[in-house]
Design a protein around this ligand. Structure first.
Ligand SMILES: Cc1ncc(COP(=O)(O)O)c(C=O)c1O
Length: 393
């Protein structure tokens, strides 16, 4: 039986060369490779500043920290995300305020954000934290407008959105990374480019970038990472408590090699998404993801939704049937308000966000990554269509 794993990273001789160079250099933690990765990533998204960090979770934590968000503050975000998004808010003692998603794009429903903010009920609202879910950009024009009107900061969770573009009023098509006050990317193993574990914060604000550099390494001053090389000094000051979120040169070396292939990866992901959508459009039991007008989707995930009324089995059984055919799929996301910790801490309850719950009950993520062969893609298509045929009412 042919098998298609949910993910396989695309690593080759360039990644090996870069990593071996670091291993042989005598400098394996944060150093010249991490600094070069920052410069090249900033150039890739068109940002003025990029700070490499250990993961996107840390990037989000640092971004909110740099904005001064603290105990009792409120931050609006989506429940249809990975726990890291809301966890970073909670790290600072702030409160994640969930707002339901739009039924098509599965991103924050901006009209609902607007309506909630307009009530004036959120007395400590400080920031909006949209997630570009699956790699599809949010409606940033409207979110920026709400933020401006209510003096809110905007931190983008761009974990899925390396390479995504969004049409913006007055700016044209813009890559995610220069839109909100701060953007946070992930280079986790399954992401569009990977450093195994890693993340990046980008911003146009030099002061925020500086704050994040310092906070990412225990609050030491800017060039503390040089303190063991011949140009560095053993002396450092600690003016504030920081965190340990720096990215090592071993990880950054992978990132440098991956970044060179980011556009090629992106094209292959879009091609696979196109092949899936072509095959599944018109199937009554399937709802294919639609790229919103004015966005260039990064296709980190291909989230297919089942139409339960057309099938004899639910999502869980459908996932199992695909697994039995050798196709590994996943589910994104389990809405956060259904998780005990968010219920116990913040009082959320099942039923609070019906659109997110409906999406969750019907969604599954198909394999989509550049290391897939044409045969893999064909096999996934055939397996999904065969399962639909067998299970249709
Ligand atoms: C939407 C979202 N935000 C944040 C993260 C956290 O990323 P990292 O694993 O780099 O900390 C993830 C990870 O999957 C994610 O999906």
């Amino acid at each position: 039986m042919h098998r298609v794993p949910f993910h396989r990273p695309c690593l080759g001789p360039d990644e090996e060369r870069e990593v071996v160079e670091v291993l042989r250099s005598g400098w394996i933690t944060t150093g010249p490779k991490a600094k070069r990765f920052e410069r090249e990533f900033a150039a890739y998204v068109g940002a003025s500043h990029a700070v490499a960090v250990a993961h996107c979770t840390g990037a989000l934590h640092l971004a909110l920290y740099a904005l001064g968000i603290g105990p009792g503050d409120e931050v609006i975000t989506t429940p249809f995300t990975f726990t890291a998004t809301a966890e970073a808010i909670a790290y600072l003692g702030a409160r994640p305020i969930f707002v339901d998603i739009e039924p098509d794009g599965l991103n924050l429903d901006v009209s609902k954000v607007e309506a909630l903010v307009a009530t004036g009920r959120l007395k400590r609202l400080r920031a909006l934290l949209p997630v570009h879910f699956a790699g599809q950009g949010c409606d940033m024009d409207r979110l920026l407008e709400i933020a401006k009107r209510h003096e809110l900061k905007v931190v983008e969770d761009a974990a899925h959105a390396v390479g995504s573009r969004i049409q913006l009023a007055g700016r044209g098509m813009v890559k995610v990374g220069t839109i909100g006050d701060l953007s946070c990317f992930s280079f986790y193993a399954t992401k569009n480019i990977t450093t195994a574990e890693g993340g990046m914060v980008t911003t146009e604000d030099e002061a925020l970038a500086h704050k994040i550099v310092v906070a990412s390494l225990h609050g030491m001053n800017r060039d503390a990472w040089k303190r063991y090389d011949s140009t560095g000094s053993w002396y450092y000051e600690i003016d504030e408590l920081g965190f340990k979120y720096n990215l090592s040169d071993v990880h950054a070396a992978l990132g440098l090699a991956q970044l060179k292939r980011a556009d090629e990866f992106q094209r292959r992901r879009a091609q696979i998404a196109h092949l899936y959508s072509e095959a599944f459009t018109g199937q009554a039991a399937l709802q294919v993801p639609q790229a919103r007008e004015g966005v260039e989707h990064a296709w980190h995930l291909y989230v297919l939704r089942l139409r339960a009324e057309r099938l004899r089995v639910g999502r869980d059984a459908f996932v199992e049937l695909l697994r039995q055919r050798g196709v590994s799929v996943s589910v994104h996301c389990i809405p956060l308000h259904l998780m005990r910790v968010y219920q116990d801490r913040y009082g959320y309850r099942p039923g609070d966000f019906p659109i997110a719950e409906d999406a969750y009950s019907r969604c599954l993520s198909l394999p989509i990554y550049p290391a897939m062969t044409d045969r893999d893609v064909e096999y996934v298509v055939d397996s999904v269509l065969a399962t639909v045929r067998e299970q249709s009412k």
